[in-house]
Design a protein around this ligand. Structure first.
Ligand SMILES: C[S@@+](CC[C@H](N)C(=O)[O-])C[C@H]1O[C@@H](n2cnc3c(N)ncnc32)[C@H](O)[C@@H]1O
Length: 280
């Protein structure tokens, strides 16, 4: 698939996921807020800064950044999915210092514009990592930082990998090319450091962080997982599996998520990396 086909696929997938993500936003933010806080800490944002939030999704990181700014500071949140941006514009309409833009971040950026660039779980969805890192490098002012998070390897992120591995097994899906956009594309630390350095960044710092997700029960985990499956995958489940195979798939996911029950709830302690890298 070409880069532009992969980007169109991203647009289509995330446009379809905006409403389900919004329905489960409290659950996701319960864990992911710790990542936002770490990224803001690493970025050393000052109160009157101009900040970019790349692949802003439903806008929670943009909102947290805006809370650290004075009236003369501002945040731009950009996302390729119009439906995500439509939700952001409604959610944060009373925030004059946040602007939300719908579009491909790689095409939008101008040189030497930003005092900080943040991206929470966004950069792994760009098909050409070298291209987006090079654009982000140009867009930063000299001496300023790119701070972003990526997921650690799948076995450390059961919230995502448990369901995806069971679905892939049930549908006998071939492993996609490692360079394809996806949640684990940037989980190799040494490759990531090399990519950042090739783009020109210096002082690359990587911190491992716990992202603790809590769900009421295994049944809630299953409802969440079904709801946030990309449409293409849920259509394959419907068309390729018999009713009994589907039932068996849901039962396996329930059984495996039950292994995470502690003190009466499902606790999935996931791992991510928070990275900061400086433009010289
Ligand atoms: C896992 S979500 C993360 C959203 C948000 N940052 C968060 O942490 O909740 C990944 C986001 O990347 C966005 N995305 C993918 N490719 C993009 C691109 N080329 N330009 C801008 N956004 C993109 C998707 O639309 C999606 O909202």
């Amino acid at each position: 698939m070409s880069i532009s086909e992969l980007k169109n696929m991203q647009r289509e997938t995330w446009n379809g996921l905006a409403q389900p993500w919004f329905r489960w936003n409290d659950l996701f933010e319960g864990g992911a807020i710790s990542v936002t806080e770490r990224l803001i800490g690493l970025s050393e944002i000052c109160r009157s800064d101009t900040v970019l939030d790349v692949a802003c999704g439903l806008g929670d990181t943009s909102y947290s950044v805006s809370n650290t700014l004075s009236a003369d500071g501002s945040v731009v949140g950009i996302d390729i999915a119009d439906t995500m941006i439509d939700i952001c514009k409604v959610r944060f309409q009373d925030r004059p210092n946040i602007e939300f833009i719908s579009g491909d971040a790689e095409k939008y950026l101008k040189s030497d514009c930003y005092d900080a660039i943040l991206s929470r779980f966004g950069l792994m969805f760009f098909p050409d990592t070298a291209a987006i890192l090079s654009e982000l490098y140009k867009a930063l002012k000299p001496g300023k930082k790119l701070c972003f998070s990526v997921w650690a390897t799948p076995e450390h992120v059961p919230l995502i990998s448990l369901t995806f591995s069971e679905v892939a097994k049930a549908l006998a899906l071939p492993a996609p090319p490692a360079s394809n956009p996806g949640p684990f594309k940037l989980s190799n630390k040494s490759e990531l450091v090399a990519e950042l350095e090739r783009a020109g960044f210096k002082d690359v710092l990587i911190q491992k962080i716990s992202v603790p997700f809590e769900l009421e029960s295994a049944e809630e985990y299953l409802s969440y997982s079904k709801d946030i499956l990309p449409k293409k995958i849920s259509s394959c489940i419907d068309s390729d599996l018999s009713p009994s195979e589907k039932e068996a798939l849901w039962k396996r996911i329930l059984a495996r998520s039950n292994e995470y029950v502690q003190e009466g709830i499902v606790k999935m302690d996931c791992k991510a990396y928070c990275i900061s890298a400086t433009k010289i």
